[in-house]
Design a protein. Structure first.
Length: 94
């Protein structure tokens, strides 16, 4: 969908930028690269506090720890978006 909107905006001399809110758990380096190419300028990643609190709320379907997956996702975003005038916000819910 982003590709179609980007083309539409480019063809009409209109700036396109996007914002996404995610739990970050599935963001590997390929996904982060794709987000960058889709002109996603602002990203909010939510985490439910320290590991113990987070995992109490957000265990995976197989009841595994998801805290480290979120941290890896944040790390992948920081590496990909480093100094490209994009904003990554981490929202901690307590």
């Amino acid at each position: 969908m982003s590709e179609q909107l980007i083309t539409l905006c480019d063809n009409n001399n209109t700036e396109y930028k996007a914002f996404i809110s995610t739990n970050g758990s599935l963001i590997n380096s390929d996904v982060a690269d794709r987000m960058l190419s889709c002109r996603i300028k602002k990203i909010q990643v939510s985490i439910d506090g320290p590991r113990k609190w987070h995992n109490k709320q957000r265990l995976t379907t197989s009841k595994e720890d998801s805290y480290n997956s979120v941290l890896r996702g944040i790390s992948n975003l920081v590496e990909t978006y480093n100094s490209k005038e994009r904003f990554i916000t981490v929202r901690v819910q307590l």
